[in-house]
Design a protein. Structure first.
Length: 297
């Protein structure tokens, strides 16, 4: 069963956590919150029965929200600072009994130099795997699109091979913007059960530079350039079986739209659960056997 979540990216006021109840989420993914907000987060989860998930960095006590996270450089000290932030986030997740920790990977900032990249990639991922083992928290790397040294499904599959402690957060928008042939379904075909979470929003190549992450809605059509979520989600769920789908859009929504979107996605999840329950997921089961399971499954 896949749970429905929502990111705090949906809030114009990060302290207005109760607004997220309009989506009726099972999980809330917190991002960029200071240490002083942790008691309010704990109270919110206790009152509502929502499970927390964390997106690096939490806690973050900088004077401004984090604008740069560069685990593979290119500037000196980038990787060390990124690892410090992830370490604090994983420790916080263990205290909160969080569903997972998401980590953007690799660095999206140019210059993208091949020299030394493999060592930087492997060193950071090995450190993440160690954190997952030590703290018992699922650590998921999230796909980005700007870095040509690590952005395709095949490249991410190779990066995760040999690191069973790590999982993958499939950002549907980032994958969709790569365009054919590297869309979300190709990620699911290559990464399979490693995908433990999905970030859900919608966008087009033309709209993204202006509008960013837009709330996914049933009326968005592929002929306008949007991801055809009802068409691709069944295969994504069958191949990946993520623990949670996290709505990760911006703050432009109203209560009625939130309720409608939440109900729509829960309906798509319920349709998948019904098909799996009727024994139609043999291809999914074969994929599980081939790739194996992670320790927390």
């Amino acid at each position: 069963m896949t749970l429905l979540g929502v990111s705090t990216s949906a809030l114009a006021d990060p302290d207005a956590l109760d607004r997220l109840s309009h989506f009726e989420p099972d999980v809330v993914e917190f991002y960029n919150y200071p240490a002083g907000s942790l008691p309010a987060i704990t109270d919110f989860c206790r009152r509502t029965g929502v499970r927390p998930a964390l997106h690096t960095p939490v806690p973050y006590d900088g004077p401004q929200p984090l604008r740069r996270f560069a685990p593979t450089g290119p500037e000196p000290g980038d990787a060390e600072e990124a690892l410090r932030l992830v370490t604090e986030t994983v420790r916080c997740a263990a205290r909160l009994d969080a569903v997972h920790v998401v980590v953007h990977f690799p660095s999206p900032y140019p210059p993208f130099r091949p020299e030394g990249f493999a060592a930087a990639r492997d060193g950071f991922l090995d450190s993440l795997a160690g954190l997952a083992r030590t703290h018992g928290v699922p650590v998921l790397i999230e796909n980005l699109s700007p870095n040509p040294l690590l952005r395709t499904p095949e490249q991410y599959r190779a990066a995760l091979d040999g690191r069973p402690e790590l999982g993958f957060c499939l950002d549907l928008g980032h994958a969709h913007l790569l365009g054919p042939p590297h869309g979300p379904v190709r990620f699911a075909r290559h990464l399979g059960r490693s995908i433990r979470s999905m970030h859900v929003y919608n966008t087009t190549a033309d709209r993204y530079p202006v509008h960013g992450h837009e709330l996914a809605r049933p009326e968005q059509r592929p002929h306008d350039g949007y991801l055809d979520l009802p068409a691709v989600l069944p295969e994504l769920l069958a191949r990946a079986s993520p623990a949670v789908l996290v709505l990760e859009h911006g703050p432009r929504w109203d209560e009625e739209t939130a309720a409608r979107t939440g109900a729509w996605l829960r309906g798509l999840l319920a349709d998948h659960d019904a098909r799996v329950g009727s024994g139609t997921a043999s291809a999914h089961d074969q994929d599980l056997d081939r790739r194996g399971r992670h320790p927390w499954q």
